[in-house]
Design a protein around this ligand. Structure first.
Ligand code: GLN
Ligand code: ZN
Length: 756
């Protein structure tokens, strides 16, 4: 009979208990013993929940204080030198690597973090040097195995695979071939397996998600070597791959010395009979049949049909699981009190996804899909719902043509008209949109949301804030002003709340990094705009000044990727729906007299597919959606975009393809290194490379910013350069903001003299 297991469960707790526990510990409010108690309670609840839902084999090792890659770094004793202080408390060492400080031990720069494959989860990047030694270090994995067993659970430890670990690591110091470290690494993994074996563990899950990438030379060979080595340790190995299909490597996978393989069969239409053959009758075939990283109820009736024959053929050697760890999905739908019943019936969070596995297992055992048909009714109902489908929106997207993604004229003509209209000086100055979100602003928004203050009172406070921001910018003599975004809590949530087709949860948190969680909106239906969203605020701001006020919007690609998106429509179509709603907003802004409009796309790079061969197709539709949002206006209206945290070198062509009149980007942290992309690529439009880092409170020097702009002017003609900070200022205070911007304006004015 088919068997159910899970690849990982969210570690944060139903109400983000882990976040509050570690933050209390960091603040010195609770001690380590209390911290451990609270975490153990979360684990206990998670295991119980999964077991009750019908999961046979529970994951252990999915818990992490900060990040599971960082836990692996401690397990392997690969602690960066600067974090190896005399401090003997390993948990504090872990926190120091993750965030630069901990209750004990010295402060020192945290390790870098970066996105885990194509998710919004960030891992701490291991730092390895040539000749790095590994040894069995600090790990709570073994204790957790005992903990789960003591609670009567049947467990399967989960490890980040050694080759994925090496792949994700960066070279500390000079570049070297990381794969040379594999033998030493495998020796330590072997020791860990021995310890698990001694604890009575039968199966160990080895995660090698790099198999979904297009791997550089040497990595497949390394995987073969790895499994050959690990298979000598007398525990059964389940290789887990997820986030995409692995079709190109099926032959390799067939030859790996493992006892079972897990495939994600929801990300892409995988061919189950091919997978069945690759794994063979003797080994376990694990199918990820429930999407582990979205929020939708699964059509279990369809799943049953898809796997029924395989189940009959394989029995015990067919395992069922979510496609990937449930780390990427919210914890429990049951807690949501504010979603209507219909919408709720379309959803499934981590707890419900486990229950789905239990239901399928039951149905297969009874050879009857009756319960599944009943369960899947809501999914079918959703597909037909008039609430989801908006014929006008669908028709409008359908009728989109290449022309809708084009401005009337080419950039050279547009910029001439814009210069005529705007008459800006050389090196115009601007900011990225938000100004400090003071306590006052946040409190007012909260009060308004809670119904404690009236609409009129709310508007008045926000208008005062806008007025204050405008006065500051005028006093600083900035050229293109912004209203400051006081009315926005979050750049996606703000628009999601005003657009049709979005829903918001109360507790739908997902870990983003460390103790930080995000609560993405859910795009459940066709997206449309029922009324202007930003026009009144922007118009009010413009009425206060003779300078140009920049309208401020979040772009279609960013709204898409920072939400949970519907699974019944392709991403390009969803992006185009959002783009059309934004296009109307852009035109309305223009018609209200706004001459400069910025459409932010900080998530543009994030949507890149795992396989490089698919990048171009993505970049094409993403850039098109952006252009649809931007192209409804006259040539004389100037469109800006903004991106941050992006590496541009490999996508600079696509960025040019967005055809924004001006792009502002993050460059200051890398000392304009990023501009090297412009050496080989002649970026055609205007650009504002950020001249100071808004992520620190430090005030940038005039001379330092001048040097940066000089550096930029070597690559890009000065007449095409703008001067601005590298991101929005909402996390900063007003005092430091004024000082920094003042220096920025002084630097610019001195340069104007020198350059003209
Ligand atoms: N306009 C936004 C702001 O200034 C942009 C934020 C971002 O790039 N992440 O806050
Ligand atoms: Zn930014």
């Amino acid at each position: 009979m088919a068997y159910t297991h899970n690849l990982g469960f969210p570690r944060i707790g139903k109400r983000r208990e882990l976040k509050f526990a570690v933050e209390s510990y960091w603040a010195g409010d609770i001690n380590q013993a209390e911290l451990h108690n609270r975490a153990a309670a979360i684990r206990q609840e998670n295991w119980a929940l999964q077991a009750q839902a019908g999961v046979d084999l529970l994951p252990v090792g999915d818990f992490a204080w900060y990040d599971h890659v960082l836990s692996t770094t401690l397990l392997l004793n690969a602690i960066p030198k600067r974090h190896q202080s005399d401090n003997s408390n390993p948990l504090d060492t872990l926190f120091r690597i993750g965030r630069g400080r901990a209750p004990s031990g010295c402060a020192c720069a945290a390790s870098e973090m970066t996105k885990w494959f194509n998710t919004n989860y960030h891992y701490i990047v291991p730092e390895l040097h040539a000749g790095q030694e590994f040894s069995l270090g600090y790990s709570e994995l073994f204790a957790h195995v005992e903990e789960a067993k003591a609670l009567g659970h049947n467990v399967k430890p989960v490890l980040v695979g050694p080759v994925t670990y090496l792949y994700l690591a960066k070279c500390d110091g000079e570049e070297f071939d990381k794969l040379t470290l594999l033998p030493s690494l495998l020796a330590v993994y072997g020791q860990a397996l021995n310890k698990l074996k001694a604890l009575g563990v039968e199966w160990v899950q080895i995660d090698e998600p790099i198999l979904t990438l297009e791997l550089p030379e040497g990595y497949l060979q390394a995987l073969t070597q790895s499994f050959t080595h690990l298979s000598k340790h007398q525990v059964k190995l389940l290789l887990a791959t997820y986030f995409d299909e692995v079709n190109q490597y099926l032959e390799n996978i067939q030859s790996f010395a493992v006892d079972g393989v897990h495939f994600d069969v929801v990300s892409n239409n995988a061919d189950l009979s091919a997978l069945d053959e690759v794994v063979g009758q003797e080994r376990v075939l694990s199918l990820g049949i429930v999407n582990g990283r979205n929020v939708w109820r699964t059509d279990l009736e369809a799943v049953y049909e898809r796997i029924q024959a395989l189940n009959e053929k394989r029995g015990d050697t067919l395992w069922l699981a979510p496609s990937c760890s449930l780390l990427h999905s919210p914890v429990d739908l049951e807690q949501e009190q504010q979603l209507d019943d219909e919408l709720k019936s379309w959803l499934a969070f981590a707890a419900q996804k486990c229950a789905e596995l239990g239901l399928v297992k039951e149905a297969l055992a009874q050879q009857s899909n009756i319960a599944l048909v009943e369960y899947s009714k809501a999914v079918k109902h959703r597909a037909q719902s008039t609430r989801v489908n908006n014929a006008d929106v669908q028709a409008r997207v359908k009728s989109l043509t290449a022309n809708d993604g084009k401005r009337h004229s080419k950039f050279a003509q547009r910029i001439a008209l814009q210069q005529q209209a705007l008459n800006l000086p050389l090196l115009p100055t601007t900011t990225i949109g938000s100004f400090p979100q003071t306590q006052d602003i946040r409190q007012t928004r909260r009060d308004f949301k809670a119904g404690c203050i009236s609409n009129a009172e709310y508007e008045q406070v926000m208008q005062e804030q806008i007025q204050f921001a405008v006065e500051q910018q005028e006093a600083l003599d900035i050229d293109v002003l912004v209203h400051g975004e006081a009315e926005r809590n979050d750049m996606v949530e703000y628009f999601g709340e005003l657009l049709e087709g979005f829903a918001f949860t109360q507790f739908g948190w997902v870990q983003s990094y460390g103790s930080r969680c995000v609560k993405p909106p859910i795009i459940w239906g066709d997206v449309s705009r029922s009324q202007p969203m930003t026009v009144r605020w922007t118009q009010y701001a413009q009425s206060l000044t003779d300078k140009y006020m920049k309208g401020m919007l979040t772009g279609p690609v960013t709204i898409l990727f920072w939400s949970f998106v519907r699974d019944d429509l392709d991403k390009p179509s969803i992006a185009n729906q959002i783009a059309l709603a934004l296009r109307d907003e852009v035109v309305d802004l223009q018609n209200a007299g706004i001459k400069v409009i910025q459409i932010d796309e900080p998530a543009f790079r994030e949507g890149m597919p795992l396989k490089q061969s698919q990048w171009q197709a993505y970049l094409d539709w993403a850039a098109y959606a952006f252009r649809v949002s931007a192209s409804g206006v006259e040539d004389a209206t100037q469109i800006h975009t903004h991106m941050c945290y992006s590496e541009f070198n490999d996508i600079i062509g696509a960025i040019a393809d967005m055809d924004a009149d001006v792009i502002t980007i993050e460059t200051s942290r890398s000392n304009m290194e990023l501009l090297s992309a412009f050496e080989h690529f002649d970026y055609p439009n205007d650009i504002g490379p950020g001249v100071y880092d808004i992520h620190t409170p430090n005030i940038p020097d005039v001379s330092w910013m001048k040097a940066l702009i000089h550096k930029a002017a070597q690559k890009i003609p000065a007449r095409r350069l703008w001067v601005n900070p590298d991101c929005g200022l909402k996390t900063r205070g007003w005092e430091e903001t004024k000082e920094a911007l003042n220096n920025m304006v002084i630097a610019t004015k001195e340069l104007r003299k020198e350059l003209s």
